[in-house]
Write a protein that binds this ligand. Structure first.
Ligand SMILES: Cc1ncc(COP(=O)(O)O)c(C=O)c1O
Length: 502
């Protein structure tokens, strides 16, 4: 299929704060991912499209390059730019189908301007060393103990577990979580707790409620891609502010608050995804003061709350004197993501609307899974398991850091300090990240490029490495291979041959 650029219908809003390059990227991505532009579709040349849209040619060139980096387009000099084959992507209809008069088509039915996120390629299927996903390696999931818990809860609760649970969650589990949060200094009595189907659902519920008619979200730059995808779906504008262990850059935060009126700030103050940074106590106090003065609601994503050790700073929510923080957590990272269990603690004023939205989503969260988690909490297993997991993650982090110090070019280091499951590596300007990620893939290592974590949707010369997701024994050899690739890329080697799989 060849697109006629005169009928592309890619309306760009020149008055919008969103850069034209991002608008064009989002519009084209939506068409590719919805299947409106099927695999194999040929796009117009950047010159033709730029003329048609009345934009600078470099805008189109960059948007195409962004889509190539996302794995949505293939571009070959001399051949042109085509929608790329991806797992699960829709292929172009066969000629006979396409010409059939009565052929059914979804064109025009799918929402046009909603930016669909890219689906993950799935590390597991590649058989390589998976360092792309922020989750534990499957050997870190306590399979046997979860099986025992499942037997126990069915023995105790029997058929009751097969009924619809309450939309807010299994009451004994809610109670256990409230008690846990209270121990962290979080004032649960002024709030309500909803068990959610993974914290991703919490992000969606909050976005549905607070971004129903769009709006702006303030977040760190970089920030968690899964949250950015949700906010974008609700047509939010993103304002990204650089952040590290000292919290948000104060001048940039002030500027962002002065120039936009965000609906809320999305913040990961502990072991952030994707940087691994943790706000110091002073940074927390400064941030709380600032958002309280600005009366800005906050969504705190404490994805690794369970890893918080004695003596570490309390969550932002513990210092929330005015009930302006929604507080989100998950058991995906410290127990098993397949259980799909998270929680959302919200000020009472937001409880009923959020619960109503939760009901429209899924009526309630899986009952047996909630009962299993309750059993694991009550028996004390989770505390032991988390203690052990923290040690394992620390060991992996030390392994990773040591391997990076040995094998990476001296100018390429992770942002430090970092802890948790992932780290962030800034790369020299101009380094072709998409090619590096592709070369790493061919060398059997799955890593994430930085772009999906950028709130403005810009290309960024950076990588996120997950050291929790890989097999521990494979970590150092994988970093050694990646180090070789980085040396080659840094020295501008072209047509690099991937090192053999070890
Ligand atoms: C920071 C952060 N928040 C939320 C989630 C969503 O996780 P889940 O829905 O499994 O709880 C993730 C998953 O990677 C994450 O990294």
């Amino acid at each position: 299929m060849e697109l006629q650029h005169r009928t592309l219908d890619l309306a760009l809003d020149r008055d919008s704060d969103v850069p034209l390059r991002t608008q064009l990227f989002d519009a084209m991505r939506a068409r590719i991912e919805s299947g409106e532009w099927p695999v194999g579709t040929r796009l117009p040349s950047s010159r033709d499209l730029a003329t048609e849209l009345g934009v600078n040619r470099t805008t189109v060139v960059h948007s195409y390059a962004d889509l190539v980096e996302r794995g949505l387009l293939d571009s070959t000099v001399g051949r042109g730019t085509f929608v790329r084959e991806r797992a699960g992507a829709r292929t172009a209809p066969r000629r006979a189908d396409a010409t059939a008069r009565d052929a059914f088509t979804w064109d025009g039915v799918l929402a046009r301007s909603r930016p669909l996120p890219t689906l993950p390629s799935g590390d597991a299927a590649t058989g390589g060393v998976g360092m792309a996903r922020a989750v534990g390696h499957p050997t870190l999931f306590p399979l046997e103990r979860i099986k025992t818990a499942m037997d126990r809860v069915f023995a105790d609760l029997g058929r009751d577990l097969l009924a619809y649970p309450s939309p807010a969650g299994y009451e004994p589990l809610r109670e256990a979580l409230r008690a846990r949060l209270a121990k962290q200094g979080v004032a649960v009595e002024r709030n309500e707790l909803i068990i959610v189907n993974g914290s991703q659902q919490g992000l969606d519920l909050v976005a549905r409620l607070l971004l129903a008619d769009g709006g702006t979200v303030l977040t760190s730059r970089p920030s968690f891609s899964g949250a950015l995808d949700v906010f974008r779906w609700y047509r939010a504008q993103m304002v990204g502010v650089p952040a590290d262990a000292d919290g948000f850059d104060p001048a940039a935060l002030d500027r962002a608050l002065a120039t936009s009126r965000p609906r809320f700030a999305y913040v990961i103050a502990d072991r952030a995804n994707p940087t691994g940074a943790t706000f110091t106590a002073a940074a927390r106090a400064r941030f709380l003061e600032r958002v309280q003065a600005a009366r800005l609601p906050v969504l705190e994503d404490d994805w690794l709350a369970e890893l918080r050790g004695d003596g570490e700073p309390a969550p932002l929510k513990a210092g929330d004197r005015h009930d302006q923080i929604l507080y989100l957590g998950t058991f995906s990272k410290v127990l098993a993501p397949g259980l799909r269990l998270g929680w959302l603690l919200v000020p009472k004023a937001l409880y009923r609307p959020l619960l109503a939205l939760k009901k429209t989503c899924d009526l309630a969260t899986n009952f047996p899974a909630q009962a299993v988690l309750h059993e694991l909490l009550q028996s004390g297993f989770i505390d032991d398991h988390v203690r052990d997991l923290r040690t394992q993650l620390e060991r992996r982090r030390a392994l990773l850091d040591a391997a990076i110090d040995t094998h990476f070019p001296p100018s390429i280091r992770p942002r430090r300090p970092h802890s948790g499951m992932v780290c962030w590596i800034d790369l020299p300007r101009g380094l072709d990240v998409a090619r590096l990620v592709d070369d790493a893939h061919r060398a059997g290592i799955e890593i994430s490029p930085g772009a999906p974590f950028d709130p403005a949707g810009q290309q960024v010369e950076a990588l996120r490495l997950s050291y929790s997701a890989a097999d521990e024994a494979a970590l150092a050899p994988a970093i050694a291979r990646l180090g070789k690739l980085l040396h080659h890329h840094l020295h501008g080697a072209s047509q690099l041959a991937a090192p053999p799989m070890v």
